[in-house]
Write a protein that binds this ligand. Structure first.
Ligand SMILES: *Cc1c(COP(=O)(O)O)cnc(C)c1O
Length: 406
């Protein structure tokens, strides 16, 4: 019998909560109407489902329902916010500020903006992953139209000082956009209190279905507008055309409601399990480091490097029965070290030796205990085969070695 599979990759996607699936099902069958059909009850039912979901999703982040634009996910929301602001505010300026550790959806949208004649400043982060607020302020010019800084990082879980960033942006009259995907539904997010003007997030990272997300667009003080990136029937107040994914949106709403009710309980339980995982691995193994600021960090995430062990190989020792992410990204030709970890000052070796553990609502204590044992065993096994580890144990300074080239 094969070993039980353990899922510790909730930052990549979460399972859909069965209560969410249950709420969605009627909208595939009986209530299948098009929410834009204004002249019959099939349409009205669908619209009611969407309206209710819009309230639930808005409530999760302290917004008004009118400020929620439904999209296909956070990638689309990031694109709509960045390209949409760039186009809409072209007369005011063409400069955007972001971080090198942002998600690719933000970075690639910014690259597109550069191709279209925009200027983008990519700020480095400090070694703990946090933005340097002085550098941020210094980068702001009278051409700056947007600051895009994520709430919590997907690889490290590091949480940025959102309130301080919001205050800086307000002081300079610059719009503040945030990819809040990893924070929404997990920790309290209040866009008004934090001075966030645009926020991108997605259902499938908070126990909702894949393929549905939202962009929050502030309506008052300031009234923010974005140029639509999808033209068509003028749905979603003209900002995002296309027939609404009614079952998906209803599921997103239900997922938001569950998060509102359960996030405190989940966060409390998961932070204890995360800490147990971290402490146990550090007790069992030498030469382990935690990547990113530990105080300002999501409760269910830890990113750890196991020196002289390659993360991808380590996962093979437990036959990929424990689902994790490593600090290596597959490109067409090779395994590249994570750009996020490199931005924290990690060398290629340490980045390749990292694993991201992201726990979730359905993670059990037994699973965490099994993961601790198997990861520790895997690390020990790989180190026992490693000449580099042997040299380290013999006290040889690995930095001083000059490797011959073949
Ligand atoms: C997953 C993720 C995205 C992409 O979301 P999709 O809905 O899959 O497009 C964007 N930003 C962050 C921070 C993410 O973690």
């Amino acid at each position: 019998m094969s070993a039980q599979r353990i899922y510790l990759d909730n930052n990549a996607t979460t399972p859909t909560d069965p209560r969410v699936v249950e709420a969605m099902i009627p909208y595939f069958t009986n209530m299948f109407g098009n929410a834009a059909s204004r002249n019959h009850p099939f349409g009205w039912e669908a619209e009611e489902g969407v309206d209710y979901a819009r309230e639930q999703v808005a409530k999760l982040i302290g917004a008004d329902p009118k400020e929620i634009i439904f999209t296909s996910g956070a990638t689309e929301s990031d694109n709509l916010a960045i390209k949409g602001v760039f186009e809409m505010y072209a007369r005011k300026g063409n400069h955007i500020i972001t971080l090198t550790t942002e998600h690719k959806a933000v970075l690639d949208a910014c690259k597109k903006v550069e191709k279209l004649g925009g200027e983008v400043t990519y700020l480095d982060v400090k070694r703990d992953g946090l933005v340097d607020l002085e550098q941020l302020e210094a980068a702001m010019t009278d051409k700056t139209v947007l600051v895009s800084i994520m709430f919590a990082n997907n690889e490290t879980g590091v949480i940025q000082p959102m309130k301080e960033i919001g205050e800086l942006c307000a002081k300079k009259g610059i719009l503040f956009m945030s990819d809040i995907t990893q924070a929404a539904g997990k920790i309290p997010v209040d866009v008004k209190e934090l001075g966030i003007h645009l926020a991108a997030f997605t259902a499938h990272k908070m126990y909702g279905p894949k393929g549905v997300g939202a962009l929050f667009v502030n309506r008052k003080g300031p009234r923010v507008k974005v140029t639509a990136q999808m033209d068509g029937g003028g749905h979603e107040r003209g900002m995002r055309s296309g027939t609404l994914n009614v079952p998906g949106i209803v599921g997103f709403g239900k997922a938001a409601e569950l998060c509102i009710n359960e996030m405190a309980k989940d966060a409390d339980r998961l932070s204890k399990l995360r800490d147990k995982l971290q402490v146990s691995l550090m007790e069992k193994l030498e030469e382990v480091v935690i990547n990113g600021n530990e105080e300002n960090r999501m409760p269910h995430v830890t990113n750890m490097s196991f020196k002289h062990v390659e993360g991808e190989g380590l996962m093979m020792t437990f036959n990929q029965n424990i689902a994790l992410s490593s600090g290596s990204a597959c490109t067409s030709a090779s395994l590249e070290p994570s750009y996020v970890l490199k931005a924290l000052g990690l060398g290629d070796d340490l980045a390749h030796s990292s694993l991201r553990f992201s726990l979730g609502r359905f993670t059990t204590e037994e699973e965490v205990e099994a993961a601790i044992d198997q990861v520790a065993e895997g690390v020990n096994h790989m180190r026992s085969l490693s000449p580099i580890w042997e040299m380290y144990k013999e006290g040889i300074d690995l930095e001083s070695i000059e490797w011959s080239e073949h």
